[in-house]
Design a protein around this ligand. Structure first.
Ligand SMILES: *Cc1c(COP(=O)(O)O)cnc(C)c1O
Length: 224
C-alpha cells in the first residue's frame, strides 16, 4: 500500500505526542508548522482538510504566491528562510510569524507603527558564518534591538541543528540561549526547533514550534 499524506501526518502526530509524553510536557504547548516549500498549493489544501493550519515556507517569492492563491483558507503562514531586508517588509504582508530574524537590517525593515508581527531570532549554532542566524556572541544585542523596535513581538529563539553534531546537544545549547533571551524579555520564551529528522530531540529540549517538512509532505519535488 502506498503511504499517503494522511498516513505521514498521523505518524508525525503520534511521534510528537510520544516525545511530549516522554518529556513530561503538555501537547498543547507544541505547535507543528508544516513546511511546504517546493510543493504545490494542492498539498496545502489537502493538509488543511486534515486539520493543519500552520504552514511554513522559506522563499519569499514562493510564499507570497501561495499565500495569495490560498487566501480563501484560514491559514497561518510562517516564514522560515533567510530574509533580505528589502523582502522582509513584504513578507510581513502575508506571514504572521517570521522565524529568521538574524541581523539589524531585517529587524529595522520590520519596524512599524501600524501592525505587529511575531518573530523569532535565529541563532547560528555552527561556527560557519555563512549559515543562517546570528552568532552566539551577538544574540543579546540583536534581542535588545528587537525589544526597542515597534511592530515586532519577540516570541523567542530559532535554530537548525548543525550537521555532524548530536541534535540533542545542539538543542540543549539553544535552550540555554533561550534562557539568556528571557533574561532580557521574559515573554520571549518560545523555541522554534526540530525538523523531520530531529523533532524528538527538540521536544525533549523544550521546543514549542516544530518546523516539519518531508516527514509529512514526502520528498520535495525537484525544482523545475
Ligand atoms: C526545509 C526546512 C525545514 C523542514 O525540513 P525537513 O527536513 O523537510 O523537515 C525546517 N526548517 C527550515 C528553516 C527549513 O528550511
Amino acid at each position: 500500500m502506498t503511504e499517503t499524506v494522511r498516513d505521514r501526518l498521523d505518524q508525525v502526530r503520534a511521534g510528537v505526542a510520544e516525545a511530549a509524553n516522554d518529556a513530561g510536557r503538555d501537547l498543547s504547548g507544541i505547535t507543528t508548522v508544516v513546511i511546504t516549500k517546493f510543493h504545490p498549493v494542492s498539498l496545502v489544501r489537502e493538509l488543511h482538510a486534515l486539520g493543519v493550519r500552520d504552514f511554513g515556507e522559506n522563499r519569499h517569492q514562493d510564499a507570497q504566491a501561495k499565500a495569495a492563491e490560498l487566501a480563501d483558507l484560514d491559514l497561518t503562514w510562517h516564514f522560515v528562510g533567510q530574509l533580505q531586508s528589502k523582502k522582509a517588509r513584504q513578507a510581513a504582508g502575508y506571514a504572521r510569524v517570521i522565524h529568521s530574524l538574524d541581523r539589524d537590517s531585517v529587524v529595522d525593515a520590520l519596524a512599524s507603527d501600524e501592525r505587529t508581527i511575531d518573530a523569532f531570532v535565529q541563532l547560528n549554532l555552527t561556527s560557519d558564518a555563512a549559515r543562517g542566524g546570528v552568532p552566539d556572541d551577538a544574540l543579546e544585542a540583536l534581542v535588545e534591538r528587537v525589544a526597542r523596535t515597534n511592530g515586532i513581538r519577540l516570541l523567542g529563539v530559532m535554530a537548525v541543528a548543525p550537521l555532524g553534531e548530536d541534535p540533542r546537544a545542539a538543542f540543549a545549547r539553544l535552550r540555554s540561549a533561550s534562557d539568556r533571551v528571557r533574561a532580557i524579555d521574559p515573554s520571549a520564551g518560545f523555541i522554534s526547533a526540530g525538523m523531520s529528522g530531529d523533532y524528538r530531540e527538540a521536544i525533549l529540549e523544550g521546543a514549542t514550534h516544530l518546523r516539519i517538512g518531508s516527514a509529512i509532505t514526502g520528498n520535495r519535488p525537484t525544482r523545475g
